[in-house]
Design a protein around this ligand. Structure first.
Ligand code: MSP
Length: 533
């Protein structure tokens, strides 16, 4: 499915805006890595891409976290959001916009949006009674609660009873309009299981929800009544809009929406689906604005089979992980090993095994031993043949010529694991091919052309694999390309002219006898498991 805004050739996507109640954990890194991979893939296709990420800094949860440390909330937010910036750098995330919801520009956009909804008659005062989970920043139905009034998501947190005057948003008014929208845009919510979840929720009948709080200071005042603070989710979702503003543009809703709206894809975790797939479109309908194209709710990460989360205290520290293993390794594991959309597990032994098997052995050793064979068997460390010498019945060529379509389809449907697996099947076939063909024997038999054909087919397969995996492992791919004689850095794709366009580089046969091969160097060092693990 092509989701690019065809007339504009643009692709705008978002990660959630992360709460700054605590340092980032691997769950936040997960969505952002996936978003970055997709953004890089679209850039290869030549699309103009806007990747939005940022931090959600208001609300009671953050106010309390700051208080518990004796810090002023803004100072606390500044400190924690800095950790997200540096983690994104460590993970090699090429984001275009980082929106912080405490920015003054954001307040102006929220105010203008609120006024549109107010003018539509969709905001009224009422009494809010119910159980509130501060960690979710969400009211819960009594029937959802676990024993002891515990939140079903933050299972060690008790919900709190609220009975207060709030402003409400008339969500119920949009029941039919939303139902019609889901019908006419069946791809709006993905994967299918999440769509079903949302449909069930909506079919039960939508209730208005409160969009203001009393007794919470940390947030924007409600524009029509400064005694109330705007509910953090009403403010947060609009962060996606503020992020679209050009740095120099005057802060108006019109300017924000001018180029990139509607957003092509919101990437989120399954726990915040309702906000993105129900509340957000309804708010936009009320403000009479076009709706985003797609919301994809991925699964949850567990650690050694256990639920993981900031509030549960068993998180994996993404900073430590990247510092120990490097960004490509971390990106590869989470995207290759977990089906995006399903829950997945992090386990360090498995992590090490996967990286050693796929990157150190299958890909790394293959390149290294093949380049060394070129050194040994070919004059001047160069191949004398080109793709024309390789017949269509070559098993690697047969896989290679069909690869690009499958990989493109996988990336576009966010099946990152499938994209990696399809590419890896070429790498594995290459390892088998070289062992079966035994170029060392062919060389001894004086069959020089045959030797070079084998080496060509393998090196071209490695090149193609490196290219197609470059959104996931940009450093390793750049390294492979360098060793094969290209000066292409996959981290430096200029916006104007893509240096390695998909239309040419995804095709089998690009390697030529003109390539000045580089020195063989290991591209991924085998990880030795720690003695005690
Ligand atoms: N601030 C809101 C989002 C506002 S978007 C306008 C929020 N923030 S969060 O920091 O709590 O969560 C951010 C994302 O991290 C969510 O998509 C959530 O699903 C995801 N994850 C939190 N724990 C996770 C795992 N254990 N595994 C995978 N993702 C997880 O919600």
């Amino acid at each position: 499915m092509n989701l690019v805004n065809k007339t504009k050739n643009t692709f705008a996507l978002t990660t959630p805006l992360y709460y700054v109640n605590d340092v980032p954990h691997v769950g936040s890194a997960y969505t952002t890595m996936a978003a970055d991979v997709l953004a890089r893939f679209h850039r290869l296709l030549g699309h103009e891409v806007l990747l939005i990420t940022g931090t959600d800094e208001h609300g009671q949860k953050i106010q309390r976290s700051a208080e518990s440390l004796g810090k002023a909330p803004q100072e606390f937010c500044d400190q924690i959001s800095a950790g997200f910036y540096s983690l994104w750098d460590l993970l090699n995330i090429k984001y275009d916009r980082f929106i912080r919801t405490t920015s003054p520009r954001h307040e102006a956009i929220v105010k203008e949006f609120f006024e549109r909804v107010w003018a539509a008659g969709d905001i009224y005062q009422g009494q809010q009674k119910g159980w509130y989970c501060v960690s979710c920043e969400e009211f819960k139905e009594e029937r959802e609660l676990l024993e002891g009034n515990l939140c079903p998501i933050h299972t060690n947190k008790q919900v709190e009873w609220r009975d207060e005057q709030n402003y409400f948003f008339r969500l119920s008014k949009y029941q039919t309009q939303l139902e019609d929208f889901y019908q006419s845009q069946p791809d709006f919510i993905q994967p299918e299981s999440r769509r079903n979840e949302v449909m069930n929720f909506v079919n039960q009948g939508l209730q208005d929800f409160s969009i203001s709080r009393v007794n919470v200071d940390w947030g924007f005042p409600v524009p029509v009544d400064a005694k109330h603070t705007l509910y953090v989710w009403f403010d947060a979702l609009l962060g996606y809009v503020t992020a679209l503003l050009e740095p120099e543009a005057e802060t108006t809703l019109e300017n924000a929406l001018a180029k990139w709206w509607p957003i092509n894809l919101h990437l989120i975790g399954k726990d915040i689906l309702r906000f993105h797939a129900v509340y957000w479109p309804a708010m936009l309908m009320s403000a009479d604005l076009p709706l985003p194209q797609r919301v994809f709710g991925h699964g949850f990460l567990t650690k050694d089979g256990q639920k993981m989360g900031k509030s549960l205290g068993n998180t994996v520290d993404p900073v430590a992980l990247v510092q120990q293993y490097g960004s490509d390794a971390v990106r590869y594991y989470f995207l290759k090993e977990i089906e995006f959309g399903k829950d997945g597990d992090f386990n360090e032994v498995r992590f090490i095994n996967v990286l050693n098997a796929d990157l150190a052995n299958d890909l790394g050793n293959l390149l290294n031993r093949t380049l060394n064979m070129v050194k040994k068997y070919c004059a001047n460390y160069a191949l004398s043949i080109t793709n024309e010498n390789i017949t269509d019945d070559n098993p690697l060529k047969a896989i290679g010529v069909n690869l690009e379509q499958k990989v493109q389809k996988s990336y576009e449907s966010l099946a990152f694991n499938q994209a990696c697996e399809v590419v890896l099947s070429l790498v594995q076939a290459s390892n088998k091919f070289i062992d079966d063909q035994a170029p060392w024997t062919l060389y001894k038999q004086g069959k020089q052309q045959e030797v070079e054909k084998v080496l060509y087919a393998v090196l071209e397969s490695v090149r193609l694999a490196a290219y197609l995996l470059s959104p996931v492992i940009p450093n390793i791919s750049s390294d492979i390309y360098r060793q094969l004689g290209w000066e292409i850095d996959f981290n430096q794709q200029p916006e104007s002219a893509v240096t390695a366009p998909f239309a040419t580089h995804s095709q089998w046969g690009l390697l030529s006898n003109k390539q000045q091969l580089g020195q063989p160097q290991p591209i991924f060092k085998r990880i030795e498991p720690a003695k005690n693990s």
